[in-house]
Design a protein around this ligand. Structure first.
Ligand SMILES: O=C(O)CCC(=O)C(=O)O
Length: 319
């Protein structure tokens, strides 16, 4: 397969745990995706008819139904497997520019979709996605799914809730218990405080952490021993990649612009079902311990033997 990312981009991803992969969709394609997303948001969580193809989950991720402490209600619309409700989104999960890059970043030629996930932060009152790592929140599959793609359909900038990431944090193991203690950080001006109170794990000293995604032999991972969060603005139609142990999150959106973003989380062919629960686990059609490669139609294969799969073909707007 032809290489999508440069060697320099791959090296940067290995070191930092994330990378902006550059333009993926042109202006017209991005506008079409945004219109399709708004069509589905308009249908709403309760608007799909019985038997109609629909997302697996459609909810406010924050659970914020009331204004709290005088602050506005701040939802984040989370739509899991929008690809199941929309031919346009279905075609996007097969995009060779995404699939080829994930193959390069994981070093694996066989990939399938774990699930996709829209996070739409409405204008003026969009909620926060608090600091987290992905892999610890996906207990149903092991080994962890290594890399996700993230595409905004409008510019994702600091003021409308672009993601933040912590360089090198993908080499610090599972720190979700610590991150759970920092869900108070929700605003743009608070987000860089994530490192306060964090005790850095021993990285080079045989703690076992180094094995969690890094095989540099200590040459690089010894350098990233400070929590230095960075903003990750992504322009409309660009694709951004992150490792499933990279610390990340996105603050509230108080700007006049919505922030529509789609994550596509991919599995490599060594993933197995653990039997543990997740919103996707009810759709897994294999037994505990078996390979996810046979998990059924909710987990499409997008790359086989190093070649991106074509996908369902010509995209037409659904009615
Ligand atoms: O859309 C966001 O702000 C967060 C997305 C996210 O957490 C992810 O892609 O893993």
């Amino acid at each position: 397969m032809s290489e999508v990312l440069t060697a320099e981009q791959v090296t940067r991803f290995e070191r930092n745990g994330f990378i902006n992969g550059g333009p993926l969709l042109d202006v017209a394609q991005t506008a079409e995706m945004l219109a399709e997303l708004m069509r589905i948001i308009e249908i709403g969580p309760k608007g799909f008819a019985e038997g109609q193809r629909q997302p697996v989950l459609f909810r406010d991720l924050t659970g914020s139904t009331e204004a709290v402490d005088g602050r506005k209600k701040a939802p984040v619309w989370q739509i899991v497997n929008i690809w199941e409700a929309s031919p346009l989104f279905e075609q996007l999960i097969y995009h060779p520019g995404i699939v080829g890059a994930i193959s390069q970043l994981t070093g694996m030629g066989d990939l399938q979709v774990w699930h996709d996930q829209v996070q739409y932060k409405p204008a003026n009152a969009g909620g926060a996605t608090t600091w987290h790592q992905d892999a610890p929140l996906w207990p149903s599959i092991e080994p962890m799914t290594p890399v996700s793609a993230w595409i905004p359909f409008a510019d994702a900038l600091p003021e409308n809730g672009c993601m933040w990431m912590v360089p090198g944090s993908h080499k610090w193991g599972n720190q979700q218990a610590y991150l759970n203690t920092r869900t108070d950080l929700k605003l743009l001006e608070e987000f860089d405080r994530i490192g306060e109170g964090f005790e850095m794990p021993e990285i080079d000293g045989g703690s076992g952490v180094k094995g969690a995604g890094c095989d540099c032999g200590g040459d690089n991972c010894g350098e990233m021993t400070e929590v230095k969060p960075v903003l990750c603005p992504v322009r409309a139609g660009e694709v951004h990649f992150h490792h499933s142990l990279t610390w990340h999150g996105s603050p509230e959106n108080h700007s006049p612009n919505p922030r529509p973003g789609l994550a596509i989380h991919y599995m490599t062919s060594d993933a197995r079902y653990t039997g543990r629960a997740h919103p996707m686990s009810v759709h897994i059609q294999v037994q505990t311990g078996e390979r996810m490669i046979d998990a059924g139609p909710h987990f499409p294969k997008v790359c086989q033997g190093g070649k991106p799969v074509a996908g369902p073909g010509k995209v037409t707007r659904s009615v």
